[in-house]
Design a protein around this ligand. Structure first.
Ligand SMILES: C[N+](C)(C)CCCC[C@H](N)C(=O)O
Ligand SMILES: O=C(O)CCC(=O)C(=O)O
Length: 381
């Protein structure tokens, strides 16, 4: 038993009893939970210096080297368990370690819990934080990454109006991800790449990189200048919200978009990226984990039947109607000094058409890299 500062008593994961069973062992903890462990799992998780490189958190043995042994005897107290194996090897385990492997607790510890949002309501909920607090304090970093985990959007203010200052923010978010567009981009209406982003045309809301095997995790945009013109407003919509509405109101279309591989591509004179994947990606618990929606970058596809072709168009159009609904979109103007960060696996972004000189900079950050940051801040496991 141990006490928090505010005197709340918490029960540490404390061993109550241990039973050796056939090729397994069962532990009952004082909080009432019981967990069964297979012998091979226990031996595979021996943390002695022969079995485990503590300095690299890596096992020392191959899977094929886990011996086919049985438990000869056990010794335990409230905090530790010692196993002597039939080959006389001795393994020690801490209760706190073993208690993590109750399956439901372990499975739920991985869950992300996005908060669905609709249109302008998000404006008052996303993090808006001074760049110095974001860069120089754990509290500031946690605020930004929690906003990204909850809503898929965060705003960082008072950033010097330069590519260099924006790059510092991108690196603090996980690191600049390089693609055929480069690392840190600075783009205007000069057609540096074969993409309408490099024009003044309106761009309906979309996810980037549907043609990559893995889309960028974050997209970061900083408007450095917009002079002698109008328009160029940013549009954001919660891709999870639209998908949820489609599931409720057009379940067959939802089902189709979670299974059918939509092909997308990017082409220019020296690149041809192509990838096929469902627009709505689910995990094994049937939870939405990614939206890959981009009306512009779709490849020309053949279909197995007229029915499949008609379903493709009907389901994409029905999903798009949610994303195009102004009530579900957050529309705002990016101004110099304000850096917008969004989760490209979830939030669709776009812009209204514009006139004048408009200069944006920013970068992508891979999902692995930004979730790594969130994990080291202990916001996720
Ligand atoms: C690199 N920068 C963000 C400026 C433009 C990227 C264009 C992305 C492409 N239309 C897509 O949706 O993937
Ligand atoms: O110009 C903008 O505001 C956004 C451009 C865009 O959608 C993109 O670069 O993916």
């Amino acid at each position: 038993m141990w006490r928090h500062r505010n005197n709340i008593v918490s029960v540490m994961n404390v061993l109550d009893s241990v039973s050796v069973l056939d090729k397994s062992l069962s532990i009952k903890f004082e909080d009432g939970t019981s967990i069964a462990y297979e012998d091979c799992w226990l031996r595979d998780h021996c943390r002695c210096s022969c079995c485990y490189h503590a300095d690299t958190f890596q096992r020392a043995h191959h899977l094929l080297d886990i011996p086919d042994v049985t438990i000869s005897s056990v010794l335990y107290d409230k905090q530790t368990l010692q196993i002597t194996w039939s080959d006389n090897h001795v393994s020690n385990y801490k209760a706190q370690f073993l208690a993590n492997f109750n399956y439901e607790k372990w499975k739920n510890s991985k869950k992300l819990t996005p908060i669905i949002w609709r249109g302008l309501e998000i404006a008052d909920r996303v993090a808006k934080i001074h760049v110095n607090k974001f860069l120089n304090s754990d509290e500031g970093a946690k605020t930004v990454f929690k906003s990204l985990l909850d809503y898929g959007v965060a705003l960082i203010e008072n950033v010097d109006v330069s590519v260099e200052a924006t790059e510092k923010v991108c690196n603090a978010l996980g690191g600049v991800q390089h693609t055929m567009f480069g690392g840190m981009w600075r783009f205007t209406t000069v057609q540096d790449h074969a993409d309408t982003a490099y024009t003044n045309l309106p761009l309906t809301v979309h996810n980037d990189n549907t043609y990559f095997t893995e889309a960028a995790g974050l997209q970061i945009l900083h408007c450095l200048e917009h002079t002698n013109g109008t328009g160029g407003e940013t549009l954001l919509v919660d891709g999870f919200y639209g998908a949820t509405l489609l599931k409720d109101q057009h379940p067959d279309d939802y089902d189709f978009l979670t299974k059918f591989d939509v092909e997308a591509e990017y082409m220019d004179d020296s690149h041809h990226y192509k990838y096929s994947a469902p627009v709505i990606r689910l995990n094994k618990m049937k939870e939405i984990i990614q939206i890959r929606f981009n009306v512009y970058d779709r490849s020309t596809m053949a279909f197995s039947s007229r029915e499949e072709c008609k379903t493709y168009y009907r389901s994409l159009r029905n999903l798009s109607k949610y994303y195009e609904n102004p009530e579900f979109q957050w529309k705002f103007k990016l101004k110099p000094g304000l850096v917008m960060v969004m989760d490209n696996f979830r939030v669709l972004h776009g812009r209204t058409g514009f006139s004048g000189k408009r200069v944006l900079c920013g970068s992508y950050v891979s999902r692995s890299d930004w979730l790594n940051k969130a994990r080291t801040l202990r916001l996720i496991q």
